[in-house]
Design a protein around this ligand. Sequence first.
Ligand code: SAH
Length: 236
Amino acid sequence: MLVTLLLAGGWPWGCGGAPAADDSQSWAKARAEMVRTQIEARGVKDARVLDAMRTVPRHLFVPADLRSQAYADHPLPIGEGQTISQPYIVGLMSELLGVKPGDKVLEIGTGSGYQAAVLAAMGCEVYTIEIRASLAAEARKRLADLGLETVHVRAGDGYQGWPEAAPFAGIIVTAAPDRIPEPLLEQLAVGGSMVIPVGSFYQQLKVITRTEGGIQERDVIPVRFVPMTGEVERRP
Ligand code: SAH
């Protein structure tokens, strides 16, 4: 279904302006350019990440009136005060996860569903949780329309993770808590990594790795995500 969508269409798009929504060739060009200038140029090398981001139609994950900016180098609003992350951040976090096809990945903060779609295009089985019911419903429909059947969307608070599907080879958190939720750490497989922004106004993007010997943590770059809400805010 994804392939059909990408190959279909091909209407010429006249002079100026952004390509029409059904002009798949122009969108594919915009994606290739985005990957080359924003993602590869900043050092993301994982071929699976780069291929996935050349494939997933990001313009279908943003509001229709913002489509012309879908491949630009910044985040965009997706409603309810939330945002779809900047393409580079999606690429970087996907690479840092270090997952391979067939791996199970948990995402907290579905938002538009774009990050989940990129992970699915990399061959992962994705479990994703979104606290805002309307965003969860929209993302679920969008992912189903694209034929991405390896993404499971749940509406609810991601604080407790998805214990029935644990352990996960990778956990990616795309809303920022001020400390790492304990249940998520518990659901990380040995050998797995969690990529998570931790902090309040500005955050540190961290990679947490579980080894046989315990937990290791490293800081990657300062970032700015919307806050993780719900149970994490109420815990001391
Ligand atoms: N990954 C998204 C962008 C995430 S924006 C994308 O690709 O579009 C962060 C999202 O996290 C928001 O939609 C917000 O509603 C959600 N969120 C915040 N706190 C959450 C929580 N406790 N559990 C699940 N989702 C949460």
